[in-house]
Design a protein around this ligand. Structure first.
Ligand SMILES: Nc1ncnc2c1ncn2[C@@H]1O[C@H](COP(=O)(O)OP(=O)(O)OP(=O)(O)O)[C@@H](O)[C@H]1O
Ligand SMILES: [Mg+2]
Length: 302
């Protein structure tokens, strides 16, 4: 899709306000890995860009990955923010300079307050904290996921194999049924293993890409490879570790950096977002900043 000229420093877009949701009904396609690590890369690419992760899942990954201190009595979480109709009291600064909304122990209770699919969009509109929101969803198509899809300027739909491609179709159908533009969705190919072949012939990744093109689904060009290193970072200790800080020099590091860059260019191009998003996309604008370029230099060298 059209974007800024390739040589424009991404730092120029510091100050974006945008909402990204990551959704697929298929479990284990990399939604949470993508949401948490993209937050870190988006933040690193533009050091003055605030980024906040919201998890509509109760697996506790956000707390484990981002919390800087043990929970205290009186700490607010997503459930409180939902009830207060603003996340301002519950957004917390976490590891790597990423903000996050601590998840409640059980998201099931929220579902009852999410029957109107526009609830989350309204809550985010009333939240004064400004920056990029990344919403990680559960592997379902229920009320909370639908709220995330309605709130989002971009819905990232991970596709890892044929099964997840069919599940992706359900997200596209949800957009159509709810009269939201499908141009708001972007397929992201995840867990890509270039050695996998269809019946020993065509590479699986090529076949899946061709099918996504045939269905005319918008996609990001950058894909994320399957990497044993990423698996280890997620599972070797109680606290999942950042790919940016712990997997420098791997293919996935470069891919996440490129994907974050592609997303920033896409958001800045501003096409196909909801009309109201266009008004708030540029919360504040700024020229390229030396500090931002420094971080980008470090990223490029990584
Ligand atoms: N690029 C990758 N390379 C290798 N393993 C990966 C990669 N991305 C994710 N994984 C692993 O795949 C599994 C599923 O990832 P993740 O939890 O991010 O998926 P999910 O879609 O959020 O799953 P769920 O539907 O259960 O929420 C995890 O074990 C994770 O460590
Ligand atoms: Mg998950």
């Amino acid at each position: 899709m059209a974007g800024a000229p390739p040589d424009t420093p991404t730092g120029q877009w510091a100050g974006l306000r945008a909402i990204l949701a990551i959704a697929s009904n298929k479990g284990g396609v990399g939604k949470t890995t993508l949401a948490t690590n993209l937050a870190i890369y988006l933040r690193a690419l533009q050091e003055e860009q605030p980024v906040c992760v919201i998890g509509l899942d109760d697996q506790g990954v956000l707390d484990r990955m981002f919390s800087l201190r043990a929970a205290e009595v009186g700490d607010g979480n997503l459930k409180h923010g939902w009830a207060e109709r603003s996340f301002d009291r519950v957004i917390r600064l976490g590891q790597y300079g990423v903000h996050y909304v601590p998840p409640p122990p059980d998201v099931a209770l929220l579902k009852a307050r999410a029957e109107d699919p526009k609830t989350l969009r309204r809550i985010l509109a009333r939240t004064e904290w400004s920056g990029i929101f990344l919403i990680d969803t559960k592997a379902d198509l229920e009320a909370l996921t639908r709220n995330a899809v309605h709130a989002a300027d971009r819905v990232l739909v991970p596709v890892a194999d044929w099964a997840s491609l069919e599940e992706a179709a359900k997200i596209f159908r949800m957009l159509e049924r709810d009269r939201l533009p499908i141009q708001r969705a972007r397929v992201v190919f995840t867990l890509v293993d270039r050695r996998s072949r269809v019946d020993g012939g065509q590479p699986l990744y090529d076949a899946i890409q061709a099918e996504v093109a045939r269905r005319d689904w918008p996609r990001y060009q950058t894909f994320i490879s399957r990497s044993p290193r990423v698996e280890t970072l997620n599972s070797a200790s109680a606290r999942p570790l950042s790919i940016l800080h712990h997997a420098r020099g791997t293919a996935v590091h470069g891919e996440l950096r490129d994907l974050a860059d592609e997303i920033l260019r896409d958001l800045a191009a501003g096409e196909a977002g909801p009309p109201e998003a266009q008004d708030v996309l540029w919360g504040r604008s700024s020229g390229g900043r030396d500090g931002t370029r420094d971080v980008r230099g470090v990223l490029r060298r990584g």
